[in-house]
Design a binder for this molecule. Structure first.
Ligand SMILES: Cc1cc2nc3c(=O)[nH]c(=O)nc-3n(C[C@H](O)[C@H](O)[C@H](O)COP(=O)(O)OP(=O)(O)OC[C@H]3O[C@@H](n4cnc5c(N)ncnc54)[C@H](O)[C@@H]3O)c2cc1C
Length: 414
């Protein structure tokens, strides 16, 4: 008989009907370890994934010995009250800005977040106008406003990047602020666009309670600096409405969409380097089709969420891959500029729309846009704008996304 040690996770598989049954889980663990069930200590789920590779879809579960950490033990240390004068300005209240303020507050360092967009509630109205009437507010949209592009993003919390950092810590902070605790164990953690605004609001309230300042509808216009060469130093920021804040450190957390910030940095002679990105289309299919392909005869089982897929290929030495696949989701207009169209995908926590969508993108490099005459450090941004404006025109204006059948697109008939 084997001893049940604290160290190694216990790997088990559960049939779909057993997924929520703690007795079935313990029975599978006992069988795996060849011990009587009654000899098993308390077990906790460390990780849960769907395994749809075989004839029958099942759950792959890793178990640990001992109780699950209670939420008092999550995300320690907590932010503490900041009493020092505020000497750090963070520009942007997206995930990067919020987590920067959070980390500083854990060390008792005060910061001030300035954000061009509005708080979650009024921002919601601007997004409704964007969806209904195609009206783009350049400072309040799917990308700009409290919580940044993160607030109305899908909240898929997994990445292909290998630079993982402290992923568990981030997940615990999100769970502590209202994200479902399942994100701590699911192999594909997901929050959903309906829950994210509450999480973002709770994070802001937590930070405000310890002394972090938030300024909404406050757009950075200029970084204030002095000195030259090695003596060059940032000492504050000036806002578009003329206010200014002094700072020992300015953190630019303005994200990917703030093109005016890139322009400003270029004009300040800050060294900018272009880097490759991925560009493509969004493909939409009936979710039932994806469920059938992925789950086979098990499609429709109550224990199974809307199915996910991931594709990757190399075509003529270029990486082509699916990106940000949204099971049971929606395609949304994510432009920040009038007269331009760019789409993204999101889903609600239940992932219950009848459609799946995914980005299908190709890697593009500076040489690709330089070949089309878009030069300089901001050549990639101009290339994006060129394509987004062409997409707007192709859709006939009014933010209607141009659409065609994927088969026609692949065959270049679209
Ligand atoms: C619809 C949608 C779905 C997505 N789904 C996912 C997903 O499922 N999983 C995932 O990991 N990622 C997803 N993303 C991407 C994700 O949201 C971004 O990667 C993330 O938000 C980047 O965080 P950030 O803090 O760096 O920048 P951002 O979130 O872009 O935040 C930057 C903030 O800076 C503010 N700002 C910009 N310029 C100024 C200025 N001059 N002055 C003051 N403030 C300024 C902006 O208003 C914004 O609030 C999605 C994005 C969208 C739009």
């Amino acid at each position: 008989m084997r001893e049940v040690s604290e160290g190694d996770p216990i790997e088990i598989y559960l049939a779909l009907d057993e997924a929520q049954d703690p007795d079935a889980m313990r029975a599978a663990a006992a069988k795996k370890l060849a011990v009587p069930v009654e000899d098993l200590p308390e077990l906790r789920v460390l990780r849960r994934a769907i395994d749809a590779r075989g004839k029958h879809t099942r759950f792959h579960v890793l178990l640990g010995v001992g109780p699950s950490p209670s939420n008092d033990e999550w995300a320690l240390p907590h932010p503490r009250e900041v009493r020092s004068p505020i000497r750090v300005v963070i520009v942007g209240s997206g995930p990067a800005g919020l987590f920067c303020a959070y980390e500083l507050a854990r060390h008792g360092i005060a910061s001030r977040i300035i954000e061009r967009g509005k708080r979650v509630q009024p921002r919601r109205r601007d997004i409704a106008l964007l969806n209904r009437e195609g009206l783009v507010d350049a400072d309040s949209n799917y990308c700009f406003g409290e919580g940044g592009a993160g607030t109305y993003s899908d909240g898929k919390l997994y990445t292909r990047a290998h630079k993982r950092g402290s992923v568990r810590d981030v997940l615990e902070i999100l769970a502590l602020h209202g994200a479902p605790p399942e994100i701590l164990v699911d192999a594909r953690p997901h929050i959903g666009s309906n829950r994210l605004p509450k999480v973002v609001t709770a994070l802001r309230e937590r930070l405000e309670a310890v002394g972090v300042e938030f300024h909404f509808e406050s757009k950075l216009a200029r970084i204030l600096e002095e000195g030259r060469g090695r003596e060059r130093r940032v000492w504050g920021v000036e806002l578009a409405d003329g206010r200014s804040f002094e700072a020992d450190a300015v953190v630019l957390a303005t994200g990917h969409s703030a093109r005016d910030v890139f322009e400003m940095l270029d004009q300040m002679n800050v060294t900018l380097e272009p880097k490759g990105f991925a560009l493509g289309v969004r493909v939409e299919h009936p979710q039932a089709l994806i469920n059938r392909i992925q789950y086979g005869a098990d499609a429709g089982h109550a224990a199974l969420p809307s199915a996910y897929y991931r594709l990757a290929a190399t075509v003529e030495d270029r990486g082509v891959f699916s990106f940000c696949m949204c099971p049971g989701g929606w395609i949304v207009p994510a432009t920040t500029e009038a007269g331009a169209q760019v789409v993204n995908g999101m889903s609600l926590s239940k992932r219950d729309s009848p459609f799946a969508n995914s980005g299908i993108v190709a890697a593009v490099e500076p040489a690709d846009w330089e070949a089309q005459g878009f030069d300089g450090p901001l050549g990639g941004v101009r290339f994006q704008q060129h394509i987004e404006r062409a997409a707007y025109e192709a859709g006939g204006g009014g933010l209607r996304a141009p659409a065609t059948m994927m088969t026609d697109f692949v065959a270049s008939r679209g």
